[in-house]
Design a protein around this ligand. Structure first.
Ligand SMILES: NC(=O)c1ccc[n+]([C@@H]2O[C@H](COP(=O)([O-])OP(=O)(O)OC[C@H]3O[C@@H](n4cnc5c(N)ncnc54)[C@H](OP(=O)(O)O)[C@@H]3O)[C@@H](O)[C@H]2O)c1
Length: 318
């Protein structure tokens, strides 16, 4: 069994969890040539598959022998490998499988769950002063970002990132379907890099009048006197449109406003072995007077990504 088989199983798991109306207590995933997901019931045995049990509700009466507990957003998921799995597979599943269950949290909160990602230098910069950010992260980081795009139902950026980077925001380096592309934008911007896919129109959210762009859907939300839309309104809108998880890919102003408004659930920071000494800070937040006012995390871990590492922090909001 290769990681590719496990990846196929995760894509199926993500779809199944997002589409179920059942309360998920546990599920079995048969990772194999033909992946299968069984929610709250026993699987049809298949000796050619690798069977993994995930216990979502730890009160559920399930016998498990070799279990790895992992946490996300105060939900304890117990990953129980019915057959022996190697270290690489366990690490892979423990990294990506929790995101497949986030639609359950979204349905409880009635808003999209937000995960954000940056590739930054050692001194916390995500671009030069002229806006160059290609490529701060390594190849493994790009593959990671494409995996996350495939596991999320939406991907969101701010208008400056659109204008600087001209991204297509699609899944290209791994298998998986493209997330819905979402841009926060109230000023004239260049949407040409996003407009070719007519099956996946861009969702543009702004506070002004509909700019009537080709191949886009526009939603107007009210903004404060500085033109800022409340991030909670953005996440509620995404939820209403059936987007349960959103991957916020920057830039600094966008992610900072989500972070300042406690609208980020998971933060992923890829740390590149570079020092800029100048440039655009990853985050700009209101000034604090003491260290204990700094943003803190409920849980965090550091994960190797190729020749460097990624910080993953979970935030808890009441
Ligand atoms: N290294 C990395 O991982 C990475 C990732 C992404 C981007 N980047 C870099 O980041 C730079 C761009 O970042 P940036 O901070 O200048 O800009 P940005 O966050 O990309 O875009 C800011 C704009 O987005 C809209 N916006 C964001 N939050 C909003 C809210 N709450 N309500 C309403 N509108 C909102 C506004 O658009 P309007 O002005 O149109 O209203 C705002 O001016 C680029 O150089 C890019 O290359 C780096």
């Amino acid at each position: 069994m290769t990681l590719e088989n496990y990846w196929q199983g995760l894509l199926l798991l993500k779809e199944t969890i997002a589409n179920t109306s059942e309360e998920v207590r546990f599920c079995f995933i048969n990772f194999g040539d033909k992946c299968e997901v069984y929610i709250n019931r026993l699987p049809v045995p298949n000796p050619k598959s690798s069977l993994v049990l995930v216990v979502v509700d730890t009160e559920a009466d399930i016998q498990h022998h070799q279990a790895t507990a992992f946490y996300l957003d105060n939900t304890i998921l117990v990953l129980d490998y019915v057959y022996e799995l190697d270290e690489e597979t366990i690490d892979f599943l423990a990294t990506y499988m929790p995101y497949c269950f986030l639609p359950l949290q979204a349905k409880l909160r009635k808003r999209a769950v937000a995960i954000t990602h940056f590739a930054q230098s050692l001194d916390g910069k995500i671009a030069t002063n002229d806006g160059d950010s290609k490529w701060i992260g390594n190849e493994d980081n790009l593959i990671h970002a494409h995996r996350m795009r495939a596991l999320c139902s939406g991907i969101l950026i701010g208008s400056h990132t659109l204008n600087y980077d001209h991204p297509s925001l699609t899944v290209r380096l791994v298998e998986g379907s493209n997330p819905r592309r979402v841009v926060l934008c109230s000023t004239e911007s260049d949407f040409s890099s996003l407009q070719s896919d007519s099956d996946n129109p861009v969702l543009v959210i702004g506070s002004g009048d509909d700019p009537c762009l080709e191949n886009t859907e526009y939603v107007q939300l009210s903004a404060d006197k500085n033109g800022k839309i409340a991030c909670s309104d953005i996440l509620s809108l995404l939820f209403k449109k059936g987007l349960y998880t959103v991957y916020v890919e920057g830039g600094s102003a966008t992610t900072s406003s989500f972070l300042a408004q406690k609208a980020i659930d998971v933060l992923q920071l890829h740390i590149a072995p570079l020092i800029f000494g100048s440039g655009l800070d990853s985050f700009t937040l209101p000034e604090i007077a003491s260290v204990d006012e700094a943003v803190q995390f409920d849980r965090f871990y550091f994960k190797p990504i190729g020749d460097t590492f990624m910080f993953v922090g979970e935030m808890h909001h009441d």
